[in-house]
Design a protein around this ligand. Structure first.
Ligand SMILES: C[S@@+](CC[C@H](N)C(=O)[O-])C[C@H]1O[C@@H](n2cnc3c(N)ncnc32)[C@H](O)[C@@H]1O
Length: 292
């Protein structure tokens, strides 16, 4: 991640930009000070952010702190998506709406003068961010609580603290306007379903169903826990991962088979359903119901 906005902010250009923003904010009647100064994402990085998020025409994209609107306008122009950007600086909001009109995407994309911290973004299929790290971290609980499992969150240059990204790429950015490094980092997270807790677990194979107990612990997209198996007590579940509402758990050799087996499944509200796989073969079905 290396060269961060923090470091760049230490540069004279950033200090000048922040001072200019503050003066302009006062002059323009902006509601509050910026939580992140205005620095546009280079176009090559915008393109990569949207590609990594696999933006498609049916997606609702939201950019928090939308600057001159380039992320949303590109999402509409290149991917046919719709959505909105929120931006606190009224001059940037005006410029973005004018540009959306000029390039013919104003039907699909709107820019609102609004504080990103007071924005309802639960409808996003893709959330785009280029904000300072502490702003990302302040948004993290709302992102995890309000966005649907499977929502893609992309961020330019900054992570989410202990919520590790599902993908991270360094992208050449020859037109980077601030700093000396000619590259950016793009982070992607897939909002995980919430599966922590106790479940009534059922395993079905050869016409027989065994009912037992599954206990799961979750740290963002990483899952651990145990399943009670007859004659073996609590068997540890390892390498548990969530990708949106898709879950993968591994049971050790000797638990259900001589080798390790994978439980692959999907979360739907308070139910989990899936198959038990040994290598590529499906050897049983499993399901679970949240207890309580
Ligand atoms: C680093 S720029 C990113 C601009 C654009 N998303 C891009 O990537 O090109 C951050 C933007 O957030 C805006 N901003 C800062 N604090 C904000 C707040 N509380 N609510 C809405 N926008 C804010 C700034 O005015 C600035 O345009």
């Amino acid at each position: 991640m290396v060269e961060t906005l923090f470091r760049r902010i230490a540069g004279l250009a950033w200090v000048a930009a922040v001072l200019a923003c503050l003066c302009a904010a006062v002059a323009q009647g902006q509601e509050k000070e910026l939580d992140t100064p205005y620095v546009p994402t280079p176009q090559a990085v915008v393109d990569r952010m949207l590609d990594m998020a696999q933006v498609k025409a049916s997606d609702m994209v939201i950019d928090l702190g939308s600057g001159d609107g380039r992320i949303m306008i590109t999402a509409a122009k290149r991917h046919g998506a719709r959505g909105f950007g929120v931006e606190i600086d009224p001059r940037l909001v005006k410029r973005s709406n004018e540009e959306a009109k000029r390039v013919g995407v104003a039907e699909r994309v709107k820019f609102l003068q609004q504080d990103l911290f007071n924005t309802d973004f639960h409808e996003a299929a893709v959330l785009a961010l280029y904000l300072l790290p502490d702003v990302n971290i302040a948004l993290r609980p709302k992102i995890l609580a309000e966005l649907r499992p499977g929502t893609r969150v992309v961020s330019h240059d900054y992570g989410m603290g202990e919520w590790r990204p599902d993908a991270r790429e360094t992208v050449p950015a020859p037109d980077k306007t601030v700093g000396t490094r000619k590259e950016s980092v793009v982070y992607l997270w897939i909002v995980p379903a919430r599966i922590e807790g106790e479940w009534i677990f059922e395993l079905s194979s050869g016409g027989k169903t065994r009912r037992t107990r599954l206990v799961l612990k979750q740290r963002y997209q990483f899952v651990s826990g145990s399943v009670e198996l007859t004659g073996q007590g609590d068997v540890q579940v390892s390498d548990g991962r969530l990708r949106g509402d898709e879950v993968r758990l591994v049971l050790p050799p000797g638990a259900l088979d001589r080798g390790p087996v994978e439980l692959i499944g999907r979360v739907t509200g308070d139910s989990l359903n899936g198959t038990v796989r040994r290598g590529e073969r499906e050897v049983a079905n499993w399901s679970a119901r949240r207890k309580g």
